[in-house]
Design a protein around this ligand. Structure first.
Ligand SMILES: NC(=O)c1ccc[n+]([C@@H]2O[C@H](COP(=O)([O-])OP(=O)(O)OC[C@H]3O[C@@H](n4cnc5c(N)ncnc54)[C@H](O)[C@@H]3O)[C@@H](O)[C@H]2O)c1
Length: 343
């Protein structure tokens, strides 16, 4: 039986990864998290209600703040892993603008600490570093960034994620570790932090409040993103872990650069207004909204991000459920589980 370590397991995406792995593998899962404002053990507890006692016993929770090294005692307690997925991070852009050093600690120093732990694993088959579309910066209309395009951070969050990414590349080069990097963007799903756009819009529509839509300076073009459900991100990761042969067959046309990178991206691009309209329709409600100039309200944010998902498609993976179906599923689930909308 394989053993997998998920850092940031009490976070939004990682708890969906735990769920997906419980459903689709017989692996033992360890979650390592420091439980900050965005980490919530109740996520795991709530999600685990779906599973019987035998499956619940496959998950172990460990407390650790990765700003500190994984010392000998913790390392002995954690043991050996086949896979390590590093999702723990500080990820709120506005907070990174207020306090960049906190993000260096959580996203660069913490990444070095978990890579150092991984370095001394005896039979590690794969380490996956979770990066973001934001490392590429704003995407002009018509441009969807590929895995090896240039980076252009527009806020400290993106820069620290890019820093963590380069450490992962360096560890593969220096210590020949089996590392992949994923770039994902605008992940949504059940139990997402209520400060995020989709849960916030579900709440505002439910309460007949005005929804604020970020747009360009003329307040005519709303910002846009590719959205992907967290279960689909988990499914893409599982595909990568289960199919190393497909990755090995890929031509290396990046001037010899190591450390394969994969964009895990939703199939369609929606603008913020379209998405809010979908959320309102799913509730049979009218959308009340106003467009606001995002530049003046949210410095460091970009109007459009976009990734190209062709590489994953070429090796045989794409999300199995349509984004429209996923939105309806999340709206309906959230309205039945309103404790997850409380701030
Ligand atoms: N949510 C998105 O749309 C999105 C998009 C692209 C990339 N990502 C990346 O995916 C990963 C997960 O994102 P998320 O939205 O689930 O984040 P999240 O904020 O919900 O979860 C992050 C978790 O990491 C933990 N954590 C933070 N710093 C830590 C530290 N120093 N030591 C131990 N634990 C720590 C937190 O307690 C939390 O449980 C992050 O690496 C993020 O950069 C997310």
């Amino acid at each position: 039986m394989k053993k997998v370590l998920l850092t940031g397991g009490a976070g939004f995406i990682a708890h969906h990864v735990i769920r997906h792995f419980l459903k689709n593998t017989d692996w033992e899962i360890v979650s390592l998290d420091r439980l900050d404002y965005s980490g919530n053990l109740n996520r795991i507890a709530d999600m685990m209600n779906e599973f019987d006692f035998k499956d619940q016993k496959r998950v172990r929770i460990v407390y650790h703040d990765l700003r500190a090294e994984v010392n000998q005692m913790l390392s002995a307690d954690l043991g050996q892993f086949d896979y390590i997925l590093h999702l723990a991070a500080s990820s709120h852009v506005d907070r990174s603008i207020d306090n960049p050093m906190e993000f260096v600690q959580d996203n660069v120093v913490a990444t070095c600490n978990i890579l150092n732990f991984a370095r001394f694993q005896k039979n590690l088959e794969r380490f996956i570093y979770f990066s973001t579309d934001e490392v590429f910066g704003p995407a002009p209309l018509g441009v969807n960034y590929k895995e090896r395009d240039r980076y252009n951070s527009t806020n400290p969050y993106s820069a620290t994620k890019a820093g963590g990414e380069e450490l992962a590349v360096a560890f593969e080069n220096s210590y020949h570790m089996p590392i992949y990097i994923t770039h994902t963007m605008n992940v949504f799903g059940e139990r997402q932090h209520p400060e995020k756009y989709i849960p916030m819009t579900i709440r505002n529509v439910r309460d007949d409040k005005l929804v604020t839509i970020h747009s360009d300076e003329t307040r005519t073009t709303p910002g846009s993103r590719h959205y992907i459900h967290a279960s689909d991100v988990a499914d893409g990761c599982l595909f990568l872990l289960n199919n190393p042969n497909k990755v090995q067959e890929l031509p290396n046309d990046f001037g010899g650069a190591k450390c394969p990178k994969f964009n895990l991206v939703g199939p369609v691009e929606w603008n913020n207004l379209e998405l809010a309209q979908k959320i309102a329709r799913a509730q049979n409600k009218e959308l009340k909204y106003r467009l606001v100039d995002f530049h003046s309200s949210r410095p460091g944010h970009d109007l459009r991000y976009a990734l190209d998902g062709d590489l994953m498609q070429n090796i045989g993976w794409k999300p199995k459920v349509s984004p429209d179906e996923r939105i309806n599923q999340v709206v309906s689930w959230t309205l039945d589980n309103v404790r997850w909308l409380n701030l």
